[in-house]
Design a binder for this molecule. Sequence first.
Ligand code: SAH
Ligand code: SF4
Ligand code: F3S
Length: 455
Amino acid sequence: MNKPRFHIVTFGCQMNRHDSEHIAGALREAGLEPAGDLDDARVIVYNTCCVREHAEERFYGQLSQLAGLKRVRPEVVIAVTGCVAENDGEQVFRRAPHVDLVVGTEAAAGLARLVESRIAGEGGRLCTRDASPDDLADAPSLRESPVHGWISIMTGCDNFCSYCIVPYVRGREKSRSMDRILAQAEEMAAEGVIDVTLLGQNVNSYGRDLSGELRFAELLQRLDTVGIDRIRFTTSHPKDLSSKTIGAIAASSHVCHHIHLPVQAGSSAVLARMNRHYTKEEYLQLIADVRRAIPDVALSTDVMVGFPGETERDFSDTLDVVHESRFDQVFTFMYSKRIGTPAADMPDQIAQETKQDRFRRLMESVKAGALRANEAYAGRAVDVLVEGPSSKDPSRLTGRTRTNKLVHFTASPALRHTVVPVTITAARTWFLEGRLSPRSDSVPMPRQDAATWEG
Ligand code: SAH
Ligand code: SF4
Ligand code: F3S
């Protein structure tokens, strides 16, 4: 008999991508198989995000389109998990009566079992947000890529930035045991994974809730020896990035010299209202310290415009920080009001047109900065982990440097999922162009894709 098939649609951050891989692993363990697409699926899982209104609306828009499919094929099981499931609970049924299961973030480890009983025809519609005794991260995972893996090192968030819904939908900060993380990393290394990303909303506070003194710096030191070539981590909160962690990154051989360090805003007054616990000056000092310790570091950040009460002057502080910090990559957002967060009730919400205008001006500055940062790579030899054919031009390959720069170049598709030396021939705003270099070509440097910062 054919096994029932499942299809997972994932919205949101890397934590959701990680969770989807483990939900897929758990479903496979329960006897299901991945489906090619929605039409082929007996089980459809939406793993959702509500960090901004847009993400949430996009999900509900797509979900409403499944009403017709459910009418024609009532046996299809539709499950909603992730942050919208946690936030909206039963309300999901009100907006989409064709949904069978709503499973909150902390209940997601039980999703596969619930799906199994629905397939067996047991039970009706169900919403659960009760924390599962199991950890979803311990379920087997079905990875999207054989060479890239995610490891959740902690879940939840205790920071309560005043605009952010994440602490309400992901619960309190909880670190996973270091032994468990190391064991997962070792398994991945044995399976040929080359690039691992450690995940947490604030990885810098890893271990604070565990007994003993071991923290993020020690975790990085230990992971450095497990045999994984590229170890990444996200996200770092500037208030908690310690000099010990910076030192551990600098000293390691396999931790990538890339730090995602969301600044959110440049104005110290706005940062205080955001509950970020650092000022503009402290952030700039931190970046200076990081660059001194790790001269070839690539820095990326998140920036938001239109936070309540943001004045033109506040916004110009944001532009200042973006200009001065010479980020390699900036993820830009327009503030989106999230019901239940403190900022939603703050006075002086910013008009949509003002947000759009500031967003546009921010993007101009970001584009100029991204091109400048990429130009520092021209002529350099870098090691590229090949992801596969470029989505825009399938005759070319695309891959990433250790510093997470996207590189396009022409070479045999057989190089997919290997690390190859590439010489950068041109810098574009959002990517680099390169040419495959013979091994002897690559300039021996301590880190071959290191861009230096001059002036
Ligand atoms: N824990 C991570 C990720 C949080 S969500 C961190 O602290 O960086 C990713 C980004 O979404 C945030 O950095 C922030 O820039 C943005 N974001 C969060 N809430 C938002 C909101 N209400 N409106 C607009 N952007 C938001
Ligand atoms: Fe949200 Fe702040 Fe936590 Fe990041 S650190 S998830 S922005 S509350
Ligand atoms: Fe979105 Fe939840 Fe991640 S709200 S950004 S999917 S933690």
